[in-house]
Design a protein around this ligand. Structure first.
Ligand SMILES: Nc1ncnc2c1ncn2[C@@H]1O[C@H](COP(=O)(O)OP(=O)(O)OP(=O)(O)O)[C@@H](O)[C@H]1O
Ligand SMILES: CC(=O)N[C@H]1[C@@H]2OC[C@@H](O2)[C@@H](O)[C@@H]1O[C@H](C)C(=O)O
Length: 377
C-alpha cells in the first residue's frame, strides 16, 4: 500500500493546548526526510493552539467533575461544556493548520483525535477522553479516529501509554539499536524501553510536569517553572521525597499507568517556593529513575521528549540519576513538542488498517489489539 497522509491531534495532561502534526505512513514505516512533498520538517508540518486561562479553568473543572463518572459515557457537571469546547478548539486548530500549510481537507486521509483525558482509572476499566470524533469529522470533512484507549481498557489493558508503537517505528526509521529509553515528560511521564533485540516495554513512570506547573501557578501565578530556574535555586526536602517514593505505584511491576490527579502539588505545601519546586522536580526525576528497577536491560542512552525536555534542572537531575547519555528528541531530528501528535496520526492509520496499537508489554492487554473508533464525515 502507498503512503497515507494523517494528522494527529493531542491535548495532553498538562492542559496547555492542542498539538497538531502531519505525517505520512503506511501503518508500519514512517516517511522521513527533509523536503519530501515540499514539507520542510523531517516528518511533516506541525501546529499548536494554546488554551486561554478561562479555557484551562474549564478543563480543570472538568477533571474535577469527572470524579463522578461511573460509566465511560457519563458526562456529569461541566463535562458536556468541556467536550463541546475541546471539539471546537480542535476543529479551529485543524482549519488554521490546513490554511497555513496550503492544504485542503481532501489532502488528508485521516485524523487521529486523542481528545482530553478527564479521568483515567484503568483498574475500574475507565478512561475518559472528552471530544466528539463524529462532530469533528462532520465539521472538517475528514475521517476521524478517536477513542483510541477504549478497546484496550475494555480488554483489560491499562489504556496507556499508546505512544510506544510509534516510538519503535521512529527508532527503526532512525536506525537506532537498543538498549535505549525514550522518555516523554508531559503532565505525566512515560518511558519506552527498547532492548538490544528490539523488544519493547513501556509504562508511566510517575508525575511529569503537572505538579511543578500547579505549584508555580499557586505560588507565583505562573504557568510553569521556565527552564527549571526556580527549582535550581531551591533544595529538595529529602525526607518528603523519600516518603513520596514509597508510594505503591513505584513498586508495581509494569505495565502501569497513572491518572494525573493521583499525586498533588499540595504534598509540598509547607515548603518555600524554591524548595517546593526543587522537591517536585526531583520527585519527577527520581520516579523516572525507578523505571530502571523494571528494565530488562539498562539503557545506555535516553531520548527525552515532551515539554519537560525544556526544563534544564529536570534534565540535569535525570542525567545524574539515570547515569546514561541523555539527548533531547530535537537534537536527533525528532520533535520534542510534537512527538505525541505525530504518534496519534500514526495510530489512526494503524487503526484504519486494523493493525495492533497496544501490546501485552505496553499496556498489559492479554494480546496485541487494535483500537479506535472511525467516524466518517
Ligand atoms: N521552557 C520550559 N521550561 C520548563 N518547563 C516547560 C517549558 N516549556 C514547557 N514546559 C513544560 O512542559 C509542559 C507541556 O508539555 P507537553 O506539551 O509535553 O505536555 P502534554 O502534551 O500535556 O503531555 P502528556 O500528554 O504527555 O501529558 C508545560 O506544561 C510545562 O510544564
Ligand atoms: C490517560 C492518559 O491520557 N495518559 C497520558 C498521560 O500523559 C503521558 C502519560 O500519561 C501517557 O500514559 C498518556 O499519554 C500518552 C500520549 C500515551 O498514551 O502514550
Amino acid at each position: 500500500m502507498g503512503w497515507t497522509r494523517a494528522i494527529g491531534l493531542m491535548s495532553g495532561t498538562s492542559l496547555d493546548g492542542v498539538d497538531i502534526a502531519l505525517i505520512e505512513t503506511d501503518g508500519e514505516a514512517i516517511r522521513v526526510g527533509k523536503g519530501h512533498n515540499n514539507f520542510l520538517e523531517p516528518l511533516g508540518p506541525t501546529g499548536y493552539r494554546g488554551y486561554s486561562d478561562d479555557e484551562k479553568a474549564l478543563l480543570r473543572a472538568a477533571t474535577r467533575d469527572a470524579e463522578a463518572v461511573v460509566l465511560p459515557g457519563d458526562r456529569p457537571g461541566r463535562l458536556p461544556e468541556a467536550e463541546a469546547f475541546v471539539t471546537q478548539a480542535h476543529a479551529e486548530a485543524v482549519e488554521r493548520f490546513l490554511a497555513e500549510n496550503g492544504l485542503k481537507p481532501s489532502d488528508i486521509d485521516v485524523i487521529g483525535f486523542h481528545g482530553q483525558t478527564v479521568i483515567h482509572r484503568p483498574d475500574q476499566r475507565l478512561s475518559v477522553q472528552v471530544g466528539d470524533g463524529q462532530a469533528l469529522a462532520a465539521r472538517l470533512g475528514i475521517p476521524v479516529v478517536s477513542d483510541l484507549r477504549r478497546a484496550d481498557i475494555e480488554a483489560g489493558g491499562q489504556g496507556a501509554p499508546l505512544v510506544p508503537v510509534f516510538h519503535k517505528a521512529l527508532a527503526e526509521a532512525s536506525g537506532f539499536a537498543g538498549p535505549f529509553g525514550i522518555l516523554n515528560i508531559g503532565g505525566v511521564a512515560n518511558a519506552t524501553l527498547i532492548d538490544s533485540k528490539g523488544g519493547v516495554i513501556a509504562f508511566d513512570t510517575g508525575p511529569g510536569n503537572a505538579l511543578i506547573d500547579e505549584w508555580m501557578q499557586e505560588r507565583e501565578g505562573k504557568n510553569l517553572d521556565d527552564g527549571g530556574r526556580t527549582a535550581a535555586r531551591g533544595r529538595a526536602d529529602e525526607p518528603l521525597l523519600a516518603w513520596l517514593l514509597m508510594h505503591p505505584f513505584f513498586f508495581r511491576k509494569p505495565p502501569k499507568s497513572l491518572d494525573r490527579n493521583w499525586f498533588s502539588h499540595k504534598l509540598a505545601g509547607q515548603l518555600s517556593t524554591e524548595d517546593g519546586a526543587a522537591t517536585l522536580t526531583a520527585f519527577t526525576a527520581r520516579a523516572v529513575a525507578r523505571a530502571l528497577d523494571h528494565a530488562p536491560e539498562i539503557p545506555t542512552r535516553w531520548i527525552v521528549a515532551g515539554g519537560g525536555a525544556r526544563n534544564g534542572e529536570l534534565v540535569r537531575l535525570l542525567t545524574y540519576h539515570l547515569r546514561a547519555e541523555i539527548t533531547t528528541a530535537d537534537a536527533i531530528g525528532w520533535s520534542s513538542a510534537y512527538l505525541e501528535a505525530q504518534a496519534f496520526a500514526y495510530l489512526a492509520v494503524r487503526s484504519m488498517l486494523g493493525l495492533p496499537i497496544t501490546f501485552p508489554a505496553t499496556t498489559g492487554v492479554r494480546e496485541p489489539i487494535t483500537g479506535g473508533v472511525l467516524a466518517r464525515p
